[in-house]
Design a protein around this ligand. Structure first.
Ligand code: HEC
Ligand code: HEC
Length: 327
């Protein structure tokens, strides 16, 4: 018996040593070394205009890094909070830890080089070399045109500085280890010609992260065959959304929606009246960033529609809104 216990003891020790050295190995080896490039991004008029469009209307930066008014339908951004951060992404919405959105105004990252901001947006590595949790959609931004990223950085430099101390993220085990392995070098693609509406639409879908909400995934990996077929549940607290099926399936997707209907569905959410619709507990609400995406140009929304027509139809009926079950 004593011998048996001794063996168990030794085995446990081996496992513990393995875990500890594994932990230090991961801490040292990951995230992989990606140098922040030495770049100086000129703030041209063209870049500032494009950067503002992407920041406020497409890539969700404004959505996640500002304060939202959830006493209103779809939680529009409170003017004057753009970039200040502090929005909570934590266990209450099912995340493995707490990952507050950072202050990305000049009061937060004004001291960073352009290269450091570029590396954070495209590779998910903060100034101090620590990895960012991919709720910050850097794997999408890594696939955008380098010039688009430069435009976003140019625009970020011009945000009004807002003092707001945001706490560091706190990732729970094993995510604190796993997330070290996710940062990767940028894998830019060139922005497709506008005349190629389908390819252009696909690019905008990546930039806007539609798939992050509308594609079911298993441990962060999209499930093959479920691309943009919806069905991802978000338990917000006062209500539960399940994302819509964006495939061209006639019965359960957007098969019967015309291009014109699609564009109008978005544009209807951009009016001052819509943005001012108050919301009361028990009523419909949604995390779909309607008010932000409504500012996209009709041509870009049309391209997104054109692209969505080309993906395979998937039958998946979803209930887009429900109240949480009380127990
Ligand atoms: C879905 C929400 C979301 C979107 C969209 C988003 N971010 Fe973030 N971002 C975050 C969160 C959360 C963090 C903090 C992650 C962490 O600490 O692990 C972060 C971190 C960052 C950081 C690092 C700051 C630091 O102090 O380490 C930068 C820079 C940044 N985001 C810029 C942007 C820009 C620019 C865009 C748009 C192109 C954008 N983000 C879009 C949620 C988002
Ligand atoms: C933060 C998560 C999120 C993101 C990002 C997101 N959506 Fe949604 N979307 C939802 C949810 C939740 C619903 C269902 C509730 C509703 O209709 O508002 C929805 C509904 C929709 C609908 C309505 C479909 C119908 O049948 O009524 C369309 C169209 C749509 N999304 C398109 C898009 C496109 C295109 C993008 C990217 C440009 C996108 N969504 C990005 C969460 C998201």
């Amino acid at each position: 018996m004593k011998k048996f216990l001794k063996i168990i003891y030794i085995l446990l020790l081996v496992v513990a040593v393995g875990l500890v050295s594994g932990y230090f190995y991961m801490q040292n080896k990951y995230p992989i070394a990606i140098e922040a490039p030495s770049i100086k991004i000129e703030l041209t008029e063209q870049r500032l205009e494009r950067g503002k469009y992407l920041f406020t209307s497409v890539a969700g930066c404004a959505d996640c890094h500002s304060t939202r008014d959830w006493s209103k339908l779809t939680g529009p951004i409170i003017p004057g909070t753009e970039g200040k951060g502090g929005d909570k992404f934590d266990e209450t919405i099912g995340l493995p830890g707490s990952f507050p959105a950072k202050n990305i105004t000049p009061a937060g990252i004004g001291g960073w080089t352009d290269g450091e901001i570029y590396r954070a947006i495209t590779s998910g590595i903060s100034k101090d070399g620590e990895p960012l949790f991919p709720i910050m959609p850097y794997p999408n931004f890594a696939k955008m045109d380098k010039e688009d990223i430069y435009s976003i950085i140019a625009y970020v430099r011009t945000l009004a500085p807002i003092q707001n101390e945001v706490p560091k993220h706190d990732a729970k085990f094993p995510m604190n280890i796993i997330m070290r392995t996710i940062p990767a070098p940028a894998d830019h693609q060139s922005i497709p010609e506008r005349s190629n509406s389908i390819a252009y639409g696909k690019y905008m879908v990546t930039a806007a992260g539609c798939g992050d909400c509308h594609t079911q995934s298993d441990k962060g990996v999209p499930i093959p065959g479920k691309e943009l077929a919806g069905g991802v549940e978000f338990n917000v607290g006062p209500w539960v959304n399940t994302t819509a099926n964006l495939t061209p399936d006639n019965e359960t997707g957007i098969g019967k929606m015309t291009r014109d209907d699609f564009i109008k569905r978005f544009k209807a959410c951009g009016t001052p009246e819509y943005k001012n619709t108050s919301w009361k507990e028990g009523e419909f609400n949604t995390i779909m960033p309607w008010t932000l995406l409504a500012n996209m140009s009709e041509s870009d929304l049309g391209s997104i529609y054109d692209y969505l027509r080309t993906i395979p139809p998937v039958s998946n009926k979803v209930e887009k809104f429900r109240l949480p079950s009380k127990f």
